[in-house]
Design a protein around this ligand. Structure first.
Ligand SMILES: Cc1ncc(COP(=O)(O)O)c(C=O)c1O
Length: 481
């Protein structure tokens, strides 16, 4: 490449690098309503193109308005920060644009993807298996349920099936994508049974056993159980070992959703949270969450590769793509996608740079930071830690003196507090419901976070809470039962 295109791309890279400097005003987000943003931004797609100078201008506008997910104050979702190897991998993958369906057009990329999946499988301590990179944990959960269907009803991919006589089981605190998977595979959300959890948000294996028995007596067959390693709000880990016992007893497929918690396997201190995962039939694990790779980078791994292969079968209609002599090399036969990005490269590069030890140190550091934040919250009389963190989700809320701990007013107060934080623009945390309370959920999954960031967050919460209208006792509704 030379000339104008090359100069253009050099300028883009310079803009991106300049953008990644800390924001001068300390804000990671500018509070712009869609209506005002629409008014101030030129979104028209022209009939006659305006050329690369215009594009550079558009890129500047885009960067100016982008939420600074790379900055330490960004603690909103289960991912954040910027991994240089990850960004490099994205750039190289885009520059060498290919699709992962055949070895023929993605030779080294195919080997890299297989190597990465094999290493993840070794960390799961699964003796055999294979997998694929998907578009995320939601797709990984869908593939888990689809493989369960394939294993239980081998003809279903061809003949279809009536899902109404089947059901599947998940904890009450599981991610919503499991409900979508129930819908997509033809079971229906009504046939998703939500199993009770204990006081720490973990699926109760005895309750699971009873639920399977009850459904069986009602004439419905159990298709699969989805256990969660790292729930979305609380960060709980379902006890896999006893859940696997229940699944084995009833002959039910066990899928583990480790989208959020899978990285614990790198830490000798914390890997016990997933004890028994080697007994799962399938697992999904997002490297774009705690491992910090740019979205998306997500693995789905299954013990019996023939089940995945059959679940992704399409009757060999793609004669223009897949040929018998490359059957064992073409990763497209293990995927629901046709065109598929090379998401493995960035994970491979980051892994080469850090090694298992680097990932383990990252997890341990995040856990220490989460413990630091929990301690800070505990030490403040007007803050309440909601739930005891087992992972790096720290859920808390502000309770002004004289206001009951439960009820609509205190929920509203914390919802307002989060809005005040957002408007100030220095921190982003999410709002969730936990144990019948509206909480601020901050998540440590951003390599830029330091303990001083967390101290600043607590200070900002306390300062902003004081600016909100005080809810006098007389104005406060009775706590909810
Ligand atoms: C426990 C859990 N599973 C699955 C998902 C879905 O993952 P993705 O956003 O990669 O589709 C999430 C997302 O936060 C999650 O928390």
């Amino acid at each position: 490449m030379e000339g104008e295109s090359k100069r253009f791309l050099e300028s883009v890279l310079a803009e991106v690098l300049a953008h990644l400097e800390p924001p001068k005003d300390g804000r990671i987000r500018h509070d712009l309503a869609p209506s005002s943003l629409r008014k101030t931004t030129d979104l028209e797609l022209p009939i006659i193109g305006a050329g690369l100078d215009q594009v550079l201008e558009d890129i500047r506008t885009y960067l100016n308005g982008a939420v600074r997910t790379d900055q330490p104050g960004f603690m909103n979702p289960l991912w954040g920060g910027l991994t240089p190897e990850g960004l490099a991998g994205e750039l190289v993958a885009a520059a060498t644009n290919t699709s992962m369906y055949t070895y023929e057009i993605a030779p080294l990329a195919s080997l890299i993807e297989t190597a990465v999946l094999d290493r993840m499988r070794q960390h799961l301590r699964m003796p055999s298996g294979a997998g694929t990179l998907t578009t995320g944990g939601s797709a990984g959960n869908l593939m888990g349920v689809l493989c369960a269907r394939q294993a239980a009803l081998p003809a279903s991919g061809h003949d279809g099936f009536d899902g109404r006589s089947w059901c599947m089981f998940v904890s009450k605190e599981a991610h919503y994508s499991v409900a979508m998977a129930a819908n997509v595979v033809g079971l229906g959300r009504a046939n998703l049974v939500k199993v009770d959890t204990d006081g720490q948000g973990r699926m109760d294996p005895a309750a699971l056993d009873r639920a399977i028995q009850r459904e069986t007596e009602l004439g419905r067959r159990a298709l699969c159980v989805v256990a969660t390693s790292g729930t979305t709000v609380r960060g709980s880990f379902d006890p896999i070992q006893p859940i696997a016992d229940v699944c084995e007893h009833h002959g039910v497929w066990l899928h583990v959703d480790a989208a959020w918690g899978g990285a614990c396997l790198f830490s000798s201190t914390h890997r016990h949270l997933m004890d028994g995962v080697e007994r799962a039939d399938s697992v999904c694990w997002d490297a774009h969450k705690m491992m910090g790779l740019p979205l998306v980078c997500s693995a789905f791994i299954v013990q019996r590769v023939e089940v995945l292969r059959a679940a992704c079968a399409h009757g060999n209609e793609a004669h223009y793509l897949f040929h018998d002599d490359a059957e064992d090399q073409d990763l497209g036969r293990l995927s629901l996608q046709c065109g598929r990005r090379n998401d493995a490269l960035k994970l491979f590069l980051a892994w080469r740079s850090r090694g298992d030890a680097g990932w383990g140190a990252l997890v341990d550091r995040y856990m220490e930071l989460a413990a630091h934040l929990s301690e800070r919250v505990r030490s403040e009389p007007t803050l309440e830690l909601v739930g005891e963190p087992t992972w790096t989700n720290v859920c808390f809320r502000h309770v002004p003196e004289g206001v009951p701990h439960l009820g609509e007013s205190i929920d509203r107060h914390n919802a307002d507090l989060r809005v005040a934080l957002l408007e100030e623009g220095r921190f982003m945390v999410s709002r969730a419901d936990l144990d019948e309370r509206v909480v601020l959920r901050s998540v440590i999954a951003n390599p830029a976070v330091e303990s001083s960031t967390l101290d600043d967050l607590v200070d900002a919460v306390l300062r902003l809470a004081r600016t909100l209208p005080v809810h006098a006792k007389s104005q406060v509704e009775e706590p909810r039962a």
